[in-house]
Design a protein around this ligand. Structure first.
Ligand SMILES: [Zn+2]
Length: 645
């Protein structure tokens, strides 16, 4: 695991680099007022709605709703991991990530001076060339044709041919000792007990496996049918774990399916490469396959970076159901509200390859649409194991449910599943969990006036500020992935949509962090007394501690937290429908907003602040106040002055 990168370093980095230069290197930007614009690289469009703000160091698309910082841009556009993105930005800015944070050793991707990625490219070319030119290529071509694959599809997936023989690859690419060692490190060669070295893949159709950046990192090989399956010669053979290939984090076909996943707004996870390829042949371009392992949390994290909708396809038999149940258990902790997992159970004896040949593209897509939602699969499976007409059956159900419920992240989905199980077992949600009922820890979600519902109903509903309504709730969020939006409705509103005063204050602070002293008066209102005020205070303190902090750095501090999405929207809110305000106007806005918050608080808790100040003043006549008390007295006094403005 990578060590933590200190927050101060990320702040400095985001202060040093320029997001305009960075994005301009990928997508040429044009100046438009205070900002820069381009046609959005994340969705197809003819007129530019992708905006980059040099002051906020933040991008936003009014067409598809994507937004984020320079770090998010590299993660989204260049498919980098969080740390990779930081490393790239840091090296561009001539900055070094602080030593103490480097609690990990970089992956060894060079062997004997040979770059393993480059080597794998050569291996890939070698196998593809064999499929075109080898004297025995016909049996491979015949096989692919028999499976109904066109030359185009074979080419698109980079399929190749490993001819019969022990050293086809070795005698071509592994002539020198160092090259042989590097090929052993990539798993393309293998050794027996007598240290004899030979090609791992022989007489097979070869499927290159790409990582999240499109680099070939391994291969899958399907034995040609003429060969007798023998022990030690399995039907499907994968590259072993190597310095550049980890089955637990890679998915076959994901890199090539990115576009298809976006269009379909979902991904289908199948079990084999042939399924992925056969589905693509039929025109279904959003399938990926695990590589002979069960689904891992890392897989889910990868997939949820591309779409909020995952459908797993399994055989309908007992083994398929067991595998599905395992995938369900792995999925539960990632099910933030807005993310959906479904299960497609195929009839006995069918796999996606055979099924799509029977029912065609439309028929198969219909099956995906009708896949069983995870909550239904969960509840059905549980109720099958216990007779809910009996008291002891309901007790059993509640026992089975408890460990699963505990895996859900807090949110609307958990609440809904809990309610349904509670109705079935007639055990209270409280007792089902065996703990206090879950309290929302998220200041911005839940049923308050700050919840997504009020957002959705206040004119933001049709804009890119709207929430994703496909899930069981509005909130979204996933580690390293929180700037993403999946809502594609265009934004067009003439009037500035209504936002509550506290949200407006947060929005202004995010956009004009240098004006943080203007917000200090609100410090008089204790956290929790007004919804969201604690968040405002927290942000204000960050600005105070770090006077050069910008919008992007403030948002980065909330990466991985569920309300980041809301903050990103607020960072992008157009006050008075203007992209930016003059400083004087921004100060006016802040003061007006603060007055509203103060007036509302005074009417809900009249005298509260007055009383607190009075008490402090009384104490001051008796004893010397501590510095904290003095500071508090100052804040309270300025609050009272503001109350009479
Ligand atoms: Zn866009």
């Amino acid at each position: 695991m990578a060590g933590r990168i200190p927050q101060y370093f990320i702040d400095q980095l985001l202060n040093r680099i320029d997001i305009v230069d960075l994005i301009d290197g990928y997508v040429p930007l044009k100046k438009a007022g205070a900002n820069y614009k381009a046609c959005c690289p994340f969705h197809g469009e003819k007129s530019p709605s992708f905006t980059v703000s040099p002051t906020k160091q933040f991008y936003h698309c009014f067409g598809c709703g994507v937004n984020g910082t320079a770090i998010s841009f590299l993660m989204e556009y260049d498919h980098m991991e969080f740390r990779e993105a930081i490393e790239k930005l840091a090296s561009g800015a001539g900055m070094e990530i602080p030593e103490e944070s480097q609690g990990f050793t970089p992956k060894q991707t060079v062997s004997e001076g040979i770059d393993l990625y480059q080597l794998m490219n050569q291996v890939n070319e070698f196998y593809q060339k064999q499929l075109r030119q080898h004297p025995e290529k016909q049996e491979a071509v015949d096989y692919l044709q028999k499976r109904g694959l066109s030359g185009e599809t074979a080419k698109r997936f980079g399929m190749g041919f490993a001819p019969e023989g022990w050293d086809n690859l070795m005698s071509t690419l592994g002539v020198s000792a160092s090259a042989q060692k590097a090929l052993l490190d990539t798993g393309m060669l293998t050794q027996n007990e007598k240290k004899r070295t030979y090609d791992r893949f022989r007489h097979r159709i070869m499927f290159p496996i790409h990582d999240h950046r499109g680099r070939v990192v391994g291969f899958g090989g399907r034995v040609l049918e003429q060969a007798e399956p023998q022990p030690g010669n399995p039907k499907y053979l994968n590259s072993p774990e190597t310095p550049i290939f980890h089955k637990g984090s890679e998915l076959y076909g994901l890199f090539g399916a990115r576009g298809g996943i976006k269009v379909a707004d979902g991904v289908l996870v199948v079990e084999g490469y042939m399924d992925v390829v056969a589905l693509a042949e039929a025109g279904i371009d959003n399938a990926v396959a695990t590589l002979g392992t069960a689904t891992t949390p890392m897989h889910l994290q990868r997939l949820f970076r591309h779409t909020p909708n995952i459908t797993f396809s399994f055989d309908g038999d007992r083994a398929g159901r067991a595998a599905a149940w395992k995938a369900l258990e792995t999925s539960l902790p990632s099910l933030q509200d807005g993310f959906q997992v479904s299960f497609l159970f195929l009839p006995d004896g069918e796999d996606p390859d055979t099924m799509v040949k029977k029912v065609g593209k439309d028929g198969f897509e219909e099956l995906i649409k009708k896949a069983t939602p995870l909550p239904d699969f969960l509840i059905d499976s549980l109720t099958k194991q216990a007779d809910i007409n009996r008291l002891d059956g309901r007790a059993k159900l509640s026992n089975l449910a408890k460990p699963l419920l505990e895996k859900f992240p807090n949110g609307v989905l958990k609440k809904l599943v809990l309610e349904r199980l509670s109705a079935l077992t007639q055990v209270s949600p409280h007792d089902l969990l065996g703990i206090e009922p879950p309290v929302s820890q998220e200041p911005f979600t839940g049923n308050s006036s700050y919840g997504n519902s009020s957002y959705g109903n206040s004119g933001y509903g049709n804009s890119s500020f709207g929430t994703n309504n496909k899930g069981y709730g509005g909130g979204k969020g996933y580690d390293g992935n929180n700037f993403r939006k999946f809502n594609r409705a265009p934004q067009q509103s003439a009037r500035e949509p209504y936002i509550t005063p506290v949200r407006r204050a947060i929005s202004l602070l995010l956009q004009y962090p240098k004006l943080h002293p203007e917000f200090e008066v609100l410090e008089a209102i204790p956290d929790e007394q007004v919804r969201g005020i604690g968040m405002l205070h927290e942000l204000r303190r960050m600005c105070k501690e770090n006077p050069t902090i910008n919008t992007a750095a403030l948002l980065e501090r909330y990466r991985g937290q569920p309300f980041l999405d809301t903050l990103a929207k607020l960072a992008n809110h157009h006050h008075h429908n203007l992209e930016t305000l003059e400083e004087e106007e921004a100060i006016n806005q802040i003061q007006g907003t603060a007055s509203k918050i103060i007036a509302e608080f005074n009417s809900s808790q009249p005298e509260r602040i007055f009383k607190e100040l009075e008490d402090l003043q009384k104490r001051a006549t008796l004893t010397k106040l501590s510095p904290d008390e003095e500071a508090r007295k100052e804040v309270l006094a300025s609050y009272i002055r503001a109350s009479y403005k």
